[in-house]
Design a protein around this ligand. Structure first.
Ligand code: GAL
Length: 393
């Protein structure tokens, strides 16, 4: 009898912990991550300046609240096995840095790895999961990105579940970001384990390219998202990887296309550029509230590729309140006429009634779905529109 009482107590305590994690990511998490721009070249000063910039630039107020320090902050373990932050680069320590980040109204994210070492050879959490989770809680960590290098023969689901249990046990609510690059098809098992999972290998800073280890340009990631949309939704998101907006390679139209499609996929949005030095155009692309609203739509439905005519693709996404987002993207190097005007397109989709059409990048109404709105799309450009019902006929 006593045994059942104690088992019941343990079950009750762990479900209380689980509850604290349940609603942390009702919409896709947004923030900034150090990797795309800085890789291992990070230190406390840069992170503090990024935190300042997130407030001054208006990124925080646009919704980018998680500041995530990626690989290379850790340097070893002490004789008791506690993880140690690099004292040369982070002399004040992670608790103090976390306090600073919190003082700016931001949330503090950190990175580790499910294997014995991170991808850059720093200590991984394998065998130290519960100890590391307690340490992160004591530093005030709110978000953990958990990578998959040096995992030997570990099973992904079991390894990621161990860290989830460790986070539950430590008791501090943490958004848990699974990063096995889609290798184990986490969309099939991870909804009860993490809040988001990387669905592809790393993004590369290019529009259309691939590399030898599986890195992907923007359009390659878009292709990889054609079949996994049904797995995403509130509190468990397909993650299309961190943004390359503002990193000096993509053109403004490519950056708009990149942002638009990440929003169409309801992907988490982690800016990956140097926020201290961004120009106005980059800031406007990252903080376009009409586009961010598509990403953050409460239904959390990922877009479907509805048509592909050569280089032209048409994607749609149902939104809350009988509204719709459509993206027309031109992947090629020649302009594309939307020979089908928007009226025909919308009719083909069998959306009944009349809708007003709003261009989300130009912030302009284009007329009604009953008008013949014709367009030409420049190479690598996007038309992103929202349809709002104006009448039933
Ligand atoms: C990769 C991961 C990247 C970055 C890098 C750090 O495995 O996909 O986003 O975290 O490791 O070493």
């Amino acid at each position: 009898m006593k045994k059942y009482f104690f088992l019941g107590l343990i079950f009750f305590a762990s479900s209380l912990h689980a509850q604290k994690f349940e609603n942390l990511a009702k919409t896709p998490p947004m923030g900034w991550n150090s990797w795309n721009k800085f890789e291992c070249d990070i230190n406390e000063q840069t992170i503090r300046e990024i935190a300042d910039a997130m407030v001054v630039d208006g990124m925080r107020d646009a919704g980018y609240v998680y500041l995530v320090i990626d690989d290379c902050w850790q340097i070893g373990r002490d004789s008791s096995g506690n993880i140690i932050a690099d004292p040369n680069r982070f002399p004040s320590g992670m608790k103090s840095l976390g306090d600073y980040i919190h003082s700016k109204g931001l949330k503090f994210g950190i990175y580790s790895d499910a294997g014995t070492a991170t991808c850059q050879g720093r200590p991984g959490s394998r065998g130290y999961e519960f100890q590391d989770a307690r340490t992160y809680a004591s530093w005030g960590v709110d978000y953990l990105k958990y990578d998959w290098c040096n995992h030997g023969k570990q099973n992904a689901e079991a390894s990621y579940t161990t860290m989830r249990d460790a986070l539950y046990k430590a008791g501090r609510p943490v958004v848990y970001s699974i990063c096995d690059w889609g290798v184990s098809k986490p969309w099939e098992w991870a909804a009860g384990v993490g809040h988001l999972w990387r669905s592809t290998e790393d993004i590369l800073n290019c529009f259309d390219c691939k590399n030898y280890w599986g890195g992907n340009g923007v359009v390659q990631i878009i292709d990889l998202f054609t079949d996994i949309g049904q797995y995403t939704g509130p509190c468990h998101w397909n993650d299309a990887d961190m943004l390359e907006v503002g990193n000096g390679v993509l053109t403004p139209s490519e950056e708009r296309l990149h942002m638009s499609m990440w929003a169409m996929f309801s992907s988490p949005l982690m800016a990956g550029n140097d926020l201290r030095k961004m120009d106005r155009e980059t800031l406007e692309i990252l903080t376009n509230s009409e586009v961010l609203a598509i990403d953050q739509d409460k239904l959390g439905i990922s877009a479907t590729r509805w048509m592909k005519y050569g280089d032209l693709e048409i994607w749609f996404k149902p939104l809350e309140g009988e509204t719709w987002a459509f993206c027309f993207i031109n992947r090629g190097s020649q302009p594309v006429n939307l020979d089908q005007d928007l009226k025909t397109t919308i009719k083909k989709y069998k959306v009944d009634g009349s809708y007003t059409i709003r261009d989300l990048w130009k912030h302009q109404d284009l007329g009604s779905s009953k008008d013949n709105v014709k367009m030409t799309l420049a190479p690598h450009d996007v038309l992103m529109i929202k349809l709002t019902r104006s009448s039933t006929h």
